[in-house]
Design a binder for this molecule. Structure first.
Ligand SMILES: C[S@@+](CC[C@H](N)C(=O)[O-])C[C@H]1O[C@@H](n2cnc3c(N)ncnc32)[C@H](O)[C@@H]1O
Length: 136
């Protein structure tokens, strides 16, 4: 990566850029949903196995910044309930609606009133945590 590219990447990722507006077009979210590389089954299993070491009964997993669900759905076979949350309406519009133990909601990482305190067994974020505001 050249120095200019590094400088550009830093500028895009700086706190002065609003990362909540990165996905506002349905076409962009459809393309993301179709072409974004998938996570391996092994990754979800490894995380679930790790959680089981301290919690044999896996209840609720919450994936924040879930996009159209590729970092979310893999947890459905391990957790009783999985909730994917994303600030982008178009990303959530592209998430599947037919998975019985999974729901997707539009929401902002730092304001999740629909998640009850102490109800979550796994709180995760797939390539999204870096977009969330540091100061909050
Ligand atoms: C690079 S995508 C990752 C999506 C998915 N987790 C994946 O692994 O493909 C980042 C997502 O984070 C969402 N996002 C960014 N800032 C957010 C915030 N503060 N709260 C909730 N979602 C946020 C974006 O809308 C986008 O869908």
């Amino acid at each position: 990566m050249s120095a200019t590219e590094v400088a550009m990447a830093r500028a895009i990722m700086s706190d002065s850029v609003d990362k909540t507006k990165m996905y506002v077009s349905l076409d962009q979210s459809k393309a993301y949903s179709e072409f974004r590389p998938r996570y391996s089954e092994e990754l979800f299993k490894t995380i679930a196995d790790y959680c089981r070491e301290t919690m044999p009964d896996l209840g609720l997993a919450v994936d924040v910044g879930c996009g159209p669900g590729m970092s979310t759905l893999g947890f459905c076979k391990y957790f009783k309930k999985v909730i994917g949350i994303d600030v982008s309406e178009t990303q959530i519009a592209c998430a599947p609606k037919d998975v019985a133990n999974c729901e997707f909601k539009v929401g902002y990482s730092h304001q999740l009133p629909f998640i009850k305190s102490k109800s979550v067994d796994l709180f995760c974020s797939g390539e999204s945590f870096n977009l969330m505001p540091e100061k909050e």
